[in-house]
Design a protein around this ligand. Sequence first.
Ligand code: ASP
Length: 365
Amino acid sequence: MTRFSVSGLARVAVVAAALVAARAAAATDSSEPQTDMKPRYGLVIHGGAGTILRSELTPELEAEYTAALSAALDAGYAVLNSGGTALDAVVATIRILEDSPLFNAARGAVMTADGVCELDASIMNGIDRSAGAVAGVRRVRNPIVLARDVMERSKHVMLTGEGAERFAVTVGHELVENSYFQTELRRRQLEQAKEIEARESKESAALDEKQPAFSEFVHKSTDDTPDRKFGTVGCVALDQHGNLAAGTSTGGMMNKRFGRVGDSPIIGAGTYADNGTCAVSSTGHGEYYIRAVAAHDIASRVRYAGDSLPDAARKTIDELGAIGGTGGVIAIDRTGAITAPFNTPGMYRGWRLSDGETRIAIYAD
Ligand code: ASP
């Protein structure tokens, strides 16, 4: 039988009072999980934005994309539905998209000018704004899992290249050959990109004989280039406990070189999550998303200007467009409001919410 002395009971009362006070303080701190809110939860995913036209996608291919997006949505929703965390849902969802050769992330990623796949990913937890990212990894099967390990099992936020792979081994990842990620389709697209680049290089050399070498360094994205379909994957989620998380994974841009890294692994540009505002994942021409600090820009509009989530995201995409950027974003907030604006002809996207709303879409209309 347990016995309490009078002073022991007094200590228990003090501890209980402290716990009540701590919970009251937590309830007013938007970064803390809140369990008393209406349990609406759900997730939004994207599989990249770009020139995705009905005329170019066969019904068979469209069905394949839809099936892959559905499988990813279902996996993430199952986590949320069973009371799991937004973070777990984001990882479960993105893993499926990374494993699918259809998207430009992990298996099926676009190739560098040297014909290899170099992968970038990031993840962020809205509870405390902890974050993890990896860039330029070549041998990690699921970069989103490694990004989470950077967040939870290292003192750092971002690791790159071989160092990131050495870290991966220390936390138990098995490395794969780069050939695991490479697909025939991406090899053909790389050849096509190189042909276009060579043609453009010749044309601009003829136009300006003084600067023939410059065109070599310009990564153009005209209507002809295969990189007009960006294909990155991302997920934002709100769990039953009221917490947000976001993640993004990509192979970057076709024919990239010089260790180019885009927005996807950059916290604030490609990925952002904060329980006080929203969770965002971007896809599009990364250089512009970095310059616009796009994901954080949306959260800032919500926080400082009091914009609704759809207004904030639309304004950011409009400003991105004004400086020449193309692509889209997905976002969710703590009320379960969602949005997925883009300024390209299409964006692979989908969402599933606990009130029963579920949808997968590809084209702008
Ligand atoms: N944003 C990615 C990058 O620039 C590409 C994409 O979204 O598909 O690396």
